[in-house]
Write a protein that binds this ligand. Structure first.
Ligand code: ZN
Length: 263
């Protein structure tokens, strides 16, 4: 399970307003842009912003993120249902406005990824961010909707390592998805000619599938009881499972979009 070091920053106007999120609509990924800085350093930095003296003509620096992640530690700087100042901008991308609303800070959780001295994201850091994302989705009520900072605002080159290597961002999303839906890959890797064969699943795997299809039926994502029955009778084929997965994931994704458009 994911270990968090709770280090809440004090309430202050620059990094922790204490306002609650209006909704939980997405997870926004950042990088610290400070080579070698630890998660602790970043959390302390957010806390230090409280001590700014505002002077005329200088509005001060507003910044914070809920989580800062390095190779070994995840710092938790403010509750995930409070607003942080991590992706504010004068303008936003169409996609962000559609899925996250008119002020994305109000509906997202922000994660800062620490970088190594050479500017890269260490594999251990990468894996910790995967763990954290799975935790936020499975246990904290966030949808499986990811944005890079750049995808929210359009102009900021953040997180730079993933802008330079978009395949790493894809790998991240795939890894999270595999962790959330471990059944899917077993079906996808089957040869095409095996598509008509009944799933050669162990009992526990059938039970997992039973829950997955049952939830989709209960949530009215699928409407045909036949599918639930086929799973219960252990008669579902690889081809049918693949088709159902595509359908269910697609409809769930659209469901999230529907929420995004309100407000
Ligand atoms: Zn950022």
């Amino acid at each position: 399970m994911v270990q968090l070091v709770e280090d809440y920053i004090p309430l202050n106007k620059y990094s922790r307003s204490g306002l609650k999120l209006k909704a939980k609509r997405g997870i926004v990924l950042h990088y610290t842009a400070s080579p070698g800085a630890s998660a602790k350093n970043i959390s302390k930095y957010f806390a230090s912003l409280a001590n700014q003296k505002s002077s005329d003509g200088d509005k001060g620096r507003y910044a914070s993120a809920h989580f800062s992640v390095d190779r070994t530690t995840i710092y938790y700087s403010l509750p995930d249902d409070e607003l942080a100042y991590h992706c504010g901008s004068k303008t936003y991308t169409k996609q962000a406005l559609q899925l996250l609303g008119s002020y994305p800070n109000n509906s997202t959780v922000g994660i800062e990824m620490c970088i190594e001295k050479d500017g890269s994201i260490h594999e251990d850091t990468f894996n910790q961010v995967v763990d954290l994302a799975v935790y936020l989705i499975e246990q904290r009520g966030f949808p499986e909707v990811f944005f890079t900072h750049k995808e929210v605002v359009g102009w900021k080159e953040c997180p730079l390592p993933w802008i330079k290597h978009p395949e790493e961002y894809e790998r991240f999303k795939q890894k999270v998805h595999q962790r959330l839906y471990p059944m899917q890959d077993q079906a996808v890797t089957e040869d095409e000619e095996d598509m008509d064969k009944v799933l050669a699943y162990a009992e526990w795997a059938w039970n997992e599938l039973d829950k997955y299809i049952g939830d989709a039926y209960n949530d009215q994502i699928i409407h045909e009881w036949t599918w639930v029955e086929k799973v219960r009778k252990r008669k579902l084929t690889y081809g049918e499972l693949l088709m159902l997965k595509v359908l269910i994931d697609e409809r769930r994704r659209k469901g999230i979009q529907g929420q995004g458009q309100s407000s």
